[in-house]
Design a binder for this molecule. Structure first.
Ligand SMILES: Nc1ncnc2c1ncn2[C@@H]1O[C@H](COP(=O)(O)OP(=O)(O)OP(=O)(O)O)[C@@H](O)[C@H]1O
Ligand SMILES: [Mg+2]
Length: 246
């Protein structure tokens, strides 16, 4: 088996009396789609926030490509190759989908947040177009982000994260707020884009049908702990898990 891309070792984090991460030990391997499931407040987002440097654990370590990243600033972690898509996409709502992508490409390419450069610099057109294509956003490229359906905004958020050329992408409920009819289409587009770019992904997901269909491995979170992890069939059909999560 290949070396883990990401590894959590004995990670603890508590907020006052609430234990949001409790001796979390996990390995994520290159190329896999790992799905985190568990009830509200189980510590799923907390784990992603620790991995991206937004929260610092009180104990334990996160290793990325074998190197410790615990305590690094979010920006340094992003630069190392871990990107993040959010539960509520953060977009320039009045700008077109295409401009949002040009900004992201420009910000990544120049290392500075000078998005206005992107608007008249044709240098950023080709990478933005590639991302539009990759995430199936071409037909809404000219529309303001505020005007497109939520599903397209979710795809745009992932496209923005891919502009950072990550090795690992963490997605916190990427299809939340989208109708279940649209979920599978969005997830299919997402999964194809990630596979094509060879991006390893950790998802937080509440919809068990989505988990069953797209996960290579699943981990069940409860009270800040990983109860069990393994292939989707084994985990989702475990009666103990069904009691906790479904
Ligand atoms: N910044 C914070 N300050 C205090 N408590 C927090 C903070 N962030 C999370 N918590 C608490 O830590 C626990 C885990 O929260 P977390 O957001 O990780 O849960 P979750 O599994 O992502 O839940 P959900 O499915 O609702 O998104 C909860 O009890 C939550 O109230
Ligand atoms: Mg959460």
């Amino acid at each position: 088996m290949s070396a883990p891309l990401l590894e959590a070792r004995g990670v603890d984090l508590h907020f006052g009396g609430v234990q949001a991460a409790k001796d979390v030990n996990l390995q994520i391997f290159p190329g896999e789609f790992f799905f985190i499931i568990g009830q509200n407040g189980a510590g799923k987002s907390t784990f992603l926030n620790i991995c991206t440097g937004y929260l610092k654990p009180q104990r334990g370590e996160i290793l990325f490509q074998g190197r410790p990243i615990t305590g690094l600033a979010p920006r340094a972690i992003t630069r190392a190759g871990i990107a993040r898509a959010f539960q509520h996409p953060q977009l320039f709502m009045q700008r077109s989908v295409r401009d949002n992508l040009r900004f992201a490409v420009a910000a990544h390419g120049t290392g500075f947040w000078r998005p206005w450069r992107a608007l008249d610099d044709p240098h950023f057109d080709a990478p933005a177009r590639r991302l539009l294509q990759l995430c199936d956003l071409e037909r809404v490229a000219a529309q303001p982000a505020a005007k497109v359906a939520e599903g397209f905004r979710k795809l745009l958020d992932v496209a923005l994260a891919l502009a950072l050329e990550p090795t690992l992408l963490l997605l916190d409920e990427p299809t939340s707020g989208v109708s279940s009819a649209d979920k599978h289409g969005i997830m299919t587009t997402l999964a194809q884009a990630l596979r094509k770019e060879r991006v390893t992904a950790v998802f937080v997901e509440h919809d068990m049908e989505v988990v069953r269909r797209f996960a290579d491995r699943v981990g069940v979170w409860a009270n800040g702990q990983i109860l069990i992890s393994g292939p989707p069939e084994a985990v989702l059909d475990d009666p103990h898990v069904r009691e906790f999560v479904l």
